[in-house]
Design a protein around this ligand. Structure first.
Ligand SMILES: Nc1ncnc2c1ncn2[C@@H]1O[C@H](COP(=O)(O)OP(=O)(O)OP(=O)(O)O)[C@@H](O)[C@H]1O
Ligand SMILES: [Mg+2]
Length: 163
């Protein structure tokens, strides 16, 4: 299942991240793809907020992995520099564990990820506008449908989770 969603502002990005956070379950792997500055980290910051994570989420570019504790733990990875830094990170211990893994630049480690993931391909269409192609197979198939429906219903406001 694949859906294309139009994002016209940061507020829309917050809403889509909030909707994904509402649906997210422990064990999920969310792959993010898109050029530099497309909004992968911005999406993750909003996602964390709706997962009721209190810490500030920053880009893990130079650390590869950051762990945030919440009702469900969040593992935020940015594998852009993984090749420079070296592959001796035990990322799979996080990816195949309880918690939600978000992987910026996931195509770089596609073979390390489960076959089914939820992927968001973010395209910058103007300063504030983005196009998101959201896709999921396996367990994520029906979720993509739900996320798409909720997002397209402009009156739908996602609610942050409770800790
Ligand atoms: N609708 C929008 N969605 C996301 N970001 C937006 C939007 N409009 C403007 N921006 C701005 O675009 C920038 C996106 O930067 P961000 O760090 O999230 O990109 P990134 O994809 O993580 O880049 P990198 O590949 O360097 O990690 C931020 O400064 C953000 O405020
Ligand atoms: Mg980033």
């Amino acid at each position: 299942m694949k859906k294309t969603l139009m994002i016209s502002s940061l507020k829309d990005m917050e809403r889509i991240a909030g909707i994904v956070a509402e649906c997210a379950m422990s064990g999920w792997v969310i792959g993010l793809k898109g050029d530099l500055g497309s909004g992968k980290t911005t999406f993750t910051k909003f996602l964390a907020r709706y997962l009721a994570i209190q810490d500030t989420v920053n880009s893990p570019t130079f650390t590869i992995l950051k762990v945030y504790q919440g009702e469900i733990p969040l593992y935020h990875m940015d594998v852009y520099r993984l090749e420079d830094i070296g592959y001796d990170y035990e990322l799979d211990e996080y990816i195949y564990n309880e918690g939600i893994s978000v992987v910026e630049w996931y195509p770089y480690i596609r073979q390390m990820l489960p076959e089914s993931i939820l992927s968001l391909d973010i395209l910058r269409t103007s300063e504030d506008a983005r196009k998101i192609i959201i896709e999921g197979s396996g367990d994520y198939e029906t979720i993509v449908e739900t996320i798409g429906h909720r997002y397209c219903d402009k009156s739908y406001i996602p609610q942050p989770r409770h800790r």
